[in-house]
Design a protein around this ligand. Structure first.
Ligand code: UDP
Length: 210
């Protein structure tokens, strides 16, 4: 564990293979991408800590987490950035026919991210799209929509730890087999926010760029 958070030692390919297994099993599962910020938040947030330690999969997202995991004897082989995991999953989904529901980010962003994904991964099935600014009264309608569309994968971009807590409260009812908190990924996918240069990603300095 890294500061009490259990991190799974998986590569991106292994993570995507596991997510496919979850889809086949149809049981709702929560997936988290743990960066240093999330691990630090979990130190003071018992609910977040409990959610992470009962998640089906927690990937090592971030150089700091990879380093700390290795330091703690967890044989982490590579960094699995949330954004990269989503891209690998969308590529696999387009081939296998899995449908994706995009929930989160400002109005228009999830739509754009979904549209650009279809262009990038031809054949990708979009189950539905909904922005991340809604009231408690609107939640039952959102849950109903995700259920009705029978999405295989739910990407939730509400930021940490809101997305994890929202999923903890609602995932059992939604029943989607793979639900992942993806933070600011839709903003990056929609081209609103850019990632750090590749050399910074590779040298583990992406956090510095942000
Ligand atoms: N967001 C949202 N609803 C909210 C609060 C935030 O949809 O009530 C979105 C926000 O528009 C952004 C994402 O959540 O797209 C959070 O991005 P950030 O980069 O802050 O993610 P984190 O660093 O928490 O992973």
């Amino acid at each position: 564990a890294v500061l009490g958070v259990e991190i799974d030692s998986v590569t991106i390919t292994e993570a995507v293979d596991l997510l496919e297994k979850f889809i086949a099993e149809r049981k709702p599962r929560l997936v988290a991408t743990a960066n240093a910020e999330m691990v630090m938040l979990a130190q003071e947030d018992a609910e977040l800590s409990q959610i992470l330690n009962s998640a089906a999969l927690v990937v090592p997202d971030g150089a700091g987490v990879v380093w700390a995991a290795k330091y703690n004897g967890i044989p982490v082989r590579e960094r699995v950035a949330g954004y990269d995991l989503v891209q690998a999953l969308l590529a696999r989904a387009a081939v296998k026919g899995y449908s994706i529901y995009f929930l989160g980010a400002a109005p228009g962003i999830a739509d754009k991210a979904a549209q650009l994904s279809v262009r990038q991964y031809p054949g990708l099935r979009i189950a539905g799209v909904r922005n991340g600014y809604f009231s408690a009264e609107e939640v039952p309608g959102i849950i109903g929509d995700i259920k009705a569309k029978q999405a295989d994968i739910l990407l939730v971009a509400l930021g940490v730890p809101k997305q994890e807590k929202w999923l903890k409260a609602n995932l059992a009812q939604i029943g989607v087999p793979v639900a992942i908190g993806v933070g600011g990924s839709f903003d990056v996918m929609a081209g609103v926010v850019s990632r750090a240069p590749l050399w910074m990603q590779k040298t583990g300095l992406e956090w510095l760029y942000r």
